[in-house]
Design a protein around this ligand. Structure first.
Ligand SMILES: [Zn+2]
Length: 410
């Protein structure tokens, strides 16, 4: 199947719409401009013949594709997010296609010195001969997650036109604010009506993800004791310096910049302090919940040692649950990954399972009662000027979606 022309046409249109989300906003969705794309998607869904198309007050776009078989089968949802990361500008994105990439430098912008190759991105190596889409050097591309939207739209259109393909009821959902961690905050799982779902928000062709981090936040607060420095001997507790001492004692091999794959870490994200008071915030991340707790005990031991070393200070330590590894939900429904692996193989790819070093909307949905692993869209280097997506990878992603619809009808 060749959807490349249709995929690119859609992708380019979506990529040109600025949908940057904003973590500091107090509204939902966090930025109004996301609704420009949401409205366009609702109109497009109606135009391709999707049923019960809805854009609700939160900016969620939902729609349905009727079953083509009589037998009752689980209802399957397909999800993607409309926003792009606030990390890099998403204004005036100008996508360009590097057709039939031969393996050399891909010049995204000579002026901005943005040149993509297999040295700075080994993941590109699998895409020789493919059509690679990038931005133009001064913005991100927004393949995260507009590639996923283009894939879902194009596959949905195909399914609506080919009623001979056997499948049960299918649902489509486009959500705002994934990049600022709020994507499914108001998502009505029950009204959506799917039994299982897939986010099309992964990276290179073949990659599927059923695992996220377990995530806690950490906070250390230190109350010091201020005394004139001239007479401070044995009388001063300098909260700012104690904070620095605690942070420095955390092992260097348990930081995000020194870990990969299944290795967990603590990252101290914020240190604010003066003599009388200091506060350290951070995040704890680990795929294995036992190892997460072990790291927290390790930090507790460092804080306990600091309490002995600085008896004049008051030091408090607390952890707060942020999200949990979706694997524990998904393993209870083995057909969710079973059908996905079959669908990926059916598209002629070798599935590559890898743990997400982060969270996904799917992780939250899984704990809201909708098991939702993540599927590749064919891109990489998200949230930056080096972002790229392979049109051939997007094409495979659309094939996987159609295969999934078939697999669930078996
Ligand atoms: Zn994404």
């Amino acid at each position: 199947m060749d959807f490349k022309a249709a995929l690119y046409k859609r992708f380019e249109k979506y990529a040109r719409i600025d949908t940057t989300s904003d973590e500091k906003s107090g509204t939902f969705p966090s930025t109004k401009k996301q609704l420009v794309l949401s409205r366009l998607l609702a109109a497009e869904l109606k135009a391709i013949g999707a049923k019960s198309v809805k854009l609700d007050k939160y900016g969620y776009v939902t729609a349905g594709i009727p079953a083509t078989i009589k037998e009752k089968k689980p209802v399957i949802g397909f999800l993607a997010h409309v926003d792009t990361s606030p990390a890099v500008s998403g204004k005036d994105v100008r996508p360009q296609v590097h057709k039939g990439w031969k393996g050399g430098d891909i010049v995204i912008s000579r002026k901005h010195g943005v040149i993509l190759n297999t040295k700075n991105c080994p993941e590109l190596a699998g895409c020789r001969g493919e059509d690679i889409v990038t931005a133009s050097g001064d913005t991100l591309l927004g393949a995260d997650n507009k590639a996923g939207i283009a894939v879902i739209m194009t596959a949905a259109e195909y399914l609506l036109q080919h009623k001979e393909i056997p499948h049960g009821i299918l649902k489509i959902g486009f959500t705002p604010d994934e990049e600022v961690g709020q994507g499914v905050k108001f998502f009505d799982v029950k009204a959506f009506g799917a039994d299982y779902a897939y986010t099309f928000d992964g990276d290179v062709a073949g990659a599927v993800e059923d695992e996220t981090f377990n995530a806690d936040g950490v906070k250390i607060t230190i109350e010091g004791k201020s005394v004139h420095p001239g007479t401070a001997k044995n009388a001063l507790a300098n909260a700012a310096r104690i904070a620095a001492d605690i942070v420095a004692r955390w092992p260097e091999n348990l930081l995000p910049e020194t870990t990969e794959n299944r290795e967990g870490f603590i990252m101290f994200t914020d240190i604010a302090g003066e003599i009388e008071k200091a506060e350290v915030s951070g995040i704890v991340r680990e795929h294995d919940i036992k190892k997460l707790k072990a790291m927290e005990r390790q930090l507790e031991a460092i804080v306990a040692a600091a309490r002995l070393k600085y008896p004049l200070a008051k030091i408090a330590l607390s952890f707060r649950e942020q999200y949990r590894n979706m694997k524990q939900v998904i393993v209870k429904h083995p057909e969710v990954m079973g059908n996905l692996l079959a669908a990926v193989k059916g598209a002629g790819l070798v599935p590559h399972m890898k743990p997400v070093r982060g969270g996904t909307d799917g992780a939250r949905l899984s704990f809201m009662g909708l098991p939702t692993p993540n599927v590749f869209t064919g891109g990489y280097n998200y949230h930056g000027r080096y972002e790229w997506v392979s049109l051939d990878g997007m094409n495979k992603s659309a094939e996987v979606l159609i295969n999934l619809a078939r697999e669930w009808a078996k």
